[in-house]
Every structure is written in structure tokens, then in C-alpha cells.
Ligand binder design. Structure first.
Ligand code: D5M
Ligand code: FE
Ligand code: ZN
Length: 467
């Protein structure tokens, strides 16, 4: 995303001041050419460019939302926006972008010093409260059971010790994940080599966060993991769902990945496929979408079973597979940020659940809602880099949760979950596939054939069971 300072500076070069609403709007659109277009459209003697100067931009309680017609907008993650994976030098930009975004969220609540300052003049800060903000480079448990974390900022690295005797902060310290960004307040050791942590903070959601609600009626149906082509795809349940949609007042259908079962995704998969051709799998899926009412706006993203690259952000399913898709279906990338009547939905397939569940004490596939809370606290869809979730190191980190959505929609775990964390509604929508042999081995018991309906005026979810 464009930085606020950069946007303000560019307007100043054009001899205009700019209202913060306009800055956040441009930041969200992430389109630098908007600056010139907006500046060209205002009278020369305009001192401060405000929201009124932008046609179609409507001011609402919590800032500025772009209300479009028809009322679906892909804010981030339109097809063709992720770019290809290039050399590893992009990893430097990638981590810098992640650090800049997340550290500025923490910085709005606490003042921190550069890590370099602690190392250079330890005697100055010895026995004083110091605050730093760093990205987690390494975590381990010491022989005595304390948690030792290496934190890195653009100026240096420092080791931080979380004492297991501290009941107030140690449980959180045990949940520290690689590559998340933390603020730590603590006391410096005599030699300056170690910070004894007192307090830990995360980017998190502001306590007073008030989610936007649509001022008009509108309902969104949320699903994921259809797995067309698998012999465990629940066709009859899907048909009941399709029948129900005919008479429903739903305006949107969002599908969070694993549209089809794919080919060669796991060893022995060919024995569990009823459709062994990938084009055919998408054609059958297309037919299923064509059978749904054409008034419903459908948005479909890929997951790890789909035909695109695994590394996230995943590109949209390419046109050669989607020729038969209906016109009311928009193909998007994974993750993507949508605007439905002003309500923002962050849609992410959820591959990172596999990493988070392995790393967070007490986490379980049975309770995906808890993991969604952890994503929101860290403002990251996927924290660790280089584990099961392949991440494409681009110049910007699209896995950072910014801006905040009203709804976070995920899938992948095949088990339904709902959570509400500081006003944000989290929904994991389950699957349309019964238990596979792999899930049997993993002892995963899916909750298939559910659809969630969210009322965009109230943000209340309702689960519909078609099993
Ligand atoms: O994922 C279906 C289910 O299988 C979901 O609960 C996650 C689990 N799963 C998938 N891949 C893995 C790995 N690599 N480790 C552990 N658990 C996993 P699906 O994406 O539909 O195959
Ligand atoms: Fe799946
Ligand atoms: Zn999946």
C-alpha cells in the first residue's frame, strides 16, 4: 500500500493540501494514478482537497467508503494484480513492508526506540524501562523453561527473555509466532545483550473499533471447499443448497477456495476422483454456478486444491479454465478484500491454519474461530514464512490485515467456526465434501454442507445446514 506520507507529499507537489479521509481512500485503493486524477478534477484555488471533491465517494461514520454500483467492488485482489514470483531479493522488501505496516499499528499506542540504541549504549538504558518494536526472527524455550525470542527491527536485533514465572504475560509469550511483529516493554541487562520482558503488545484491533453496517438490506452467503471432482463431493446436499438459493433473498455468494478437488494434490488422489480431468472439474463447477439465480453476484477465489500456483497471494483461476463460468461470477485472487455495499469482507482460503494450529499451544482444527482471533490480533493472515504455507515474497505483504474488514471469511479446515473479535465477524464456512481418507488418518471430522448467511445491515451470521 502507498504510505500516508507519500500521498500527502505528492499532493503538496501539486500545490494542494489533502484531508485525511482522502488519504485513507487513496491508500485503500492503492492506485497512485488516483492522485493526479483527483488533483486534475478540482478547481485550482482549492486549498484542501476533501471527500466532497471525489465523485461517488460517500462519507460515513467511520471514515470514507466508496459505494459502487453494482454494489460489489474488489478492493484488493482483482484478477491479474498479484504479479509473478521473482528473485529472492524481494524478500527484503517483503519483510520491510510487513514490518512497516505492523510496527506503525503498535507505534500508535506506544513509543519505541531503535534496537541499535540499546546495543550501542547499554549503560545509558541499564535498569530502565525500554520499549522496542521488532519482528520475531527466532523463538525457543530455554533449558529452564523460559521463552527466548530474537527480535529484529531495521537497525538491529536483540534477544528478549519472557520469564515463565510471569503469569500475566507468559501465556501470550508461548503463542509468539515466527515473523509476527511485537512491541515489548522491559528492562535491559547490564551488558545490553538481553531484554527482560515485562509487557508484550501486538498490532491488534483498536478496542473501540466500530464495524460499518450497510444502510440497505443485503445478504451474503459464505461457503468454501466445494471440491468438485472428488468422490466425497456431496452432490445431493449441494442441490438442496441450490434449490434453497432460488427462493432466498441473498445478493452475494462468496466462495473461499478449493473450488475443485484438482489433480495430483496428494499421493493416491486419482483413486478418489470421479472427474480425473482438471478442465472437466471446472466445467462441472461452472454448470453448478449457472444453475444458481443470475441475480446473485458470485465471487470465487482459489485454494490449495485449485489449478493456480500455491504461493500466496494466489492468482485468480485463469480464463482457460473458466470459459463456461456465468457472467455473474467474478474470479479473484487469494486473499482478496471485497466491498459489499460498504461492508468489507476479507476472504482467505486459510492454508496458514495448518501452520498456526501446529505452533499455538491448545489450538485445534475443531475450533477454527480461535485461530481467526489469533490472525486478527497479529493483523496477519499467515505469520511464519517458509513453513507449510508457501508465501510469494512480493514488494508488499498482502497477508497483512489492513484495512480492517467487517467480516473475515476463511475455509480450508473443513470445520465450521464463528467468532467475533473486537467487532470483526470471523466465519469459517466448512466444506461440501465428506471425510476423506487423508482426514481420517489425521483424525479430522468435517462439518460439511453448511452455508453461512450474513445480514449486511446487522452483521449477524446464520448457519444453514443442508446435510
Ligand atoms: O484440507 C482439508 C483438511 O485437511 C483441512 O482440515 C486441513 C487438513 N490438511 C490439509 N493439508 C494438510 C497438511 N499438509 N497438514 C495437516 N493438515 C492438512 P484441503 O486443503 O481441502 O486438502
Ligand atoms: Fe479444502
Ligand atoms: Zn484447502
Amino acid at each position: 500500500m502507498l504510505a500516508n506520507g507519500e500521498i500527502v507529499r505528492r499532493f503538496l507537489e501539486l500545490k494542494h493540501q489533502v484531508h485525511p479521509d482522502v488519504v485513507s481512500y487513496i491508500r485503500e485503493q492503492n492506485d497512485p494514478s488516483l492522485i493526479d486524477r483527483i488533483a486534475a478534477g478540482v478547481p485550482d484555488d482549492t486549498l484542501v482537497i476533501s471527500a466532497e471533491h471525489i465523485p461517488g465517494l460517500k462519507k460515513v461514520r467511520d471514515g470514507t467508503r466508496f459505494l459502487v454500483d453494482p454494489e460489489l467492488e474488489v478492493i484488493v485482489g482483482s484478477a491479474g494484480t498479484t504479479g509473478s514470483v521473482t528473485g529472492h531479493e524481494d524478500a527484503v522488501h517483503y519483510f520491510r513492508d510487513r514490518y512497516n505496516n505492523l510496527s506503525s499499528m503498535i507505534r500508535s499506542r506506544m513509543t519505541a526506540m531503535p534496537i541499535e540504541a540499546l546495543a550501542k549504549s547499554p549503560h545509558r538504558y541499564r535498569d530502565e524501562e525500554c520499549t522496542i518494536i521488532g519482528m520475531v526472527a527466532d523463538t525457543r524455550t530455554t533449558a529452564r523453561g523460559h521463552r527466548l525470542v530474537e527480535l529484529e527491527d531495521p537497525t538491529g536485533t536483540i534477544r528478549v527473555l519472557f520469564n515463565k514465572g510471569r503469569d500475566d504475560s507468559f501465556a501470550e509469550a508461548e503463542r509468539i509466532l515466527p515473523d509476527e511483529v511485537l512491541g515489548v516493554k522491559g528492562k535491559l541487562s547490564n551488558d545490553g545483550g538481553l531484554l527482560f520482558a515485562d509487557q508484550l503488545s501486538r498490532p491488534d484491533i483498536p478496542i473501540n473499533h466500530a464495524p460499518f453496517r450497510s444502510d440497505r438490506p443485503g445478504k451474503a452467503v459464505l461457503i468454501s471447499d466445494v471440491h468438485v471432482g472428488s468422490n466425497t463431493f456431496l452432490e445431493e446436499a449441494w442441490n438442496r443448497f441450490a434449490d434453497w438459493l432460488q427462493d432466498s433473498d441473498a445478493a452475494y455468494l462468496l466462495i473461499a477456495g478449493d473450488l475443485v478437488d484438482g489433480i495430483g494434490i496428494y499421493p493416491g488422489q486419482e483413486n478418489e476422483l470421479t472427474i480425473k480431468n482438471i478442465y472437466e472439474q471446472y466445467d462441472v463447477f461452472a454448470e453448478m454456478l449457472r444453475d444458481l439465480p443470475s441475480r446473485i453476484r458470485i465471487v470465487a477465489a482459489p485454494g490449495n486444491h485449485d489449478v493456480v500456483r500455491m504461493a500466496e497471494p494466489q492468482p485468480a483461476i485463469p480464463p482457460e479454465f473458466t470459459e463456461k463460468f456465468p457472467e455473474n461470477c467474478t474470479l479473484v485472487e487469494n486473499p482478496c478484500l471485497l466491498n459489499l455495499q460498504g461492508v468489507r469482507v476479507l476472504m482467505y482460503h486459510g492454508r496458514s491454519f495448518d501452520d498456526m494450529i501446529g505452533l499455538i499451544p491448545g489450538a485445534s482444527y475443531e475450533r477454527p474461530g480461535e485461530i481467526m482471533d489469533e490472525m486478527l490480533k497479529r493483523r496477519l493472515l499467515a505469520s511464519p514464512y517458509g513453513m507449510r504455507t508457501p508465501i510469494a515474497a512480493m514488494k508488499t505483504d498482502r497477508l497483512v490485515i489492513d484495512p480492517l474488514p467487517e467480516i473475515l471469511l476463511t475455509g480450508h479446515v473443513h470445520i465450521c467456526g464463528v467468532t467475533r473479535y473486537r467487532g470483526v465477524l470471523g466465519v469459517n464456512s466448512g466444506t461440501w465434501q465428506s471425510q476423506t481418507s487423508f482426514q481420517k488418518q489425521m483424525n479430522i471430522h468435517p462439518t460439511p454442507a453448511r452455508a453461512f448467511v450474513v445480514d449486511l445491515q446487522t452483521l449477524q451470521p446464520e448457519v444453514m445446514d443442508f446435510s
